[in-house]
Design a protein around this ligand. Structure first.
Ligand SMILES: NC(=O)c1ccc[n+]([C@@H]2O[C@H](COP(=O)([O-])OP(=O)(O)OC[C@H]3O[C@@H](n4cnc5c(N)ncnc54)[C@H](OP(=O)(O)O)[C@@H]3O)[C@@H](O)[C@H]2O)c1
Length: 206
């Protein structure tokens, strides 16, 4: 599939490298495509990267996401995968800046025009998106989105990276997935877990 990844940082590159290995055509939309730090990547301006792409992946810092979306133009008919976590600084450090009655994923759906928005890839670290080797069971990746016809394509992209894709229901379930992302961050950064862990769904035999 033609995939445009907006933001070529930790998450963007981890996803892009995995999907490239699986034969997808990945282009990164970045603010300065000529930046030498991107010399090994196929980069374009964000609006150029999304032209002709079936999938648009948002891997930008939360405060930059609305402006980044506005620069993409009309996304009618596309799948948008929102990997962001709506983070800001609070008295105890990083915290979610929306929740309960709206999620970052739903705000993204308000900002894009005409696309099917899915929340995914926000509940684990970029290191796991890059490399799932060493786990006894496949880590889970939850996918929330309203478009039932387009959801299998997103589930497929999740599976391409080795995750067990779990349908989390409609996009408003991003209200559950973003706190789960925050739990991963808190474990990794504040509870001594480091980055080499992931959430999995384990099931009783029989
Ligand atoms: N890090 C993780 O493990 C992790 C895990 C799950 C979810 N997330 C979420 O994923 C998102 C990205 O995280 P990250 O760690 O990959 O961040 P990062 O390494 O800082 O990368 C962010 C990228 O966004 C680009 N960017 C910033 N503003 C932009 C704009 N207006 N238009 C286009 N590109 C823009 C930056 O590129 P330039 O500055 O070169 O333009 C940079 O390459 C965040 O929302 C984060 O909460 C992160």
């Amino acid at each position: 599939m033609r995939i445009a990844i907006i933001g070529a940082g930790n998450v963007g590159q981890a996803l892009g490298q995995g999907w490239t290995r699986r034969g997808h055509d990945v282009r990164y939309g970045v603010r300065n495509p000529a930046d030498p730090k991107y010399r090994d990547l196929t980069t374009a301006t964000p609006d150029e990267a999304v032209a002709g792409a079936e999938i648009v992946v948002l891997a930008t810092p939360w405060p930059a996401t609305e402006a980044a979306i506005k620069g993409l133009g009309d996304l009618a008919g596309r799948i948008v995968i929102d990997c962001t976590n709506p983070l800001g600084m609070g008295p105890d450090g990083l915290q979610l800046v929306v929740g309960h009655d709206v999620s970052g994923g739903e705000l993204v759906a308000q900002w894009v025009s005409g696309a099917a928005v899915f929340k995914a890839f926000n509940t684990t670290g970029f290191n796991n998106m890059a490399d799932l080797s060493g786990y006894a069971v496949a880590p889970a990746m939850f996918v929330a989105g309203d478009d039932a016809a387009k959801k299998p394509a997103v589930i497929g992209l999740v599976g391409d990276l080795g995750f067990e894709a779990v349908d989390a229901g409609p996009l408003r379930r991003a209200r559950l997935l973003e706190p789960l992302g925050m739990l991963w961050i808190d474990q990794a950064l504040n509870r001594g877990a480091g980055r080499d862990f992931a959430f999995a769904v384990v099931r009783k035999k029989g």
